[in-house]
Design a protein around this ligand. Sequence first.
Ligand code: SF4
Ligand code: SF4
Length: 170
Amino acid sequence: MAKLVVRPTAELSIQSYLPEIWHGMKVSARHFWVNVLTRRDIVTKQYPEEKPVYPARFRGNHRLMRREDGSVRCVACYMCGTACPADCIRIVAGQHDDSTIEKYPVVFEIDHMKCIFCGMCEEACPCDAIRLDSGQHRIPSYTREGELTQKANMLALGGLAVARQGGDFK
Ligand code: SF4
Ligand code: SF4
């Protein structure tokens, strides 16, 4: 048997929305005056004068690390490109003069228009050659070409890494 539900009838004051508009304006006015007078809850940063401090594990701009002799650590193994879910890493490998290294990246390019800053490339790299711990976020470009970050730019951000496979790193 169907059960009849008695619907509540809204009073005129509720139907007019005026009390709720009044409550909403009170909340907005309270926040406005608290922030004007005390600046207590203002979260807007005056960037770029006031720069945010990123946490140590922040994944920002990519950087390519160097060996002790200053050369790029990357051995063009394509592990990062294989792991990348956005398929935005392009590497062209070249033959290295040193037979113990074998290969190096002639081209190493990341399409930051596609990158989702997931850090999978960093995780996949067996050589500690690519990192996102540059402590800065990417400055967006107005052009599609500007979003293609090249090896030289990433090397300029890179520092010395002395990782040993399966061992310690600095
Ligand atoms: S951070 Fe993620 S999406 Fe960006 S290049 Fe690395 S693996 Fe690809
Ligand atoms: S950055 Fe690392 S994972 Fe990517 S190609 Fe170079 S060595 Fe391989």
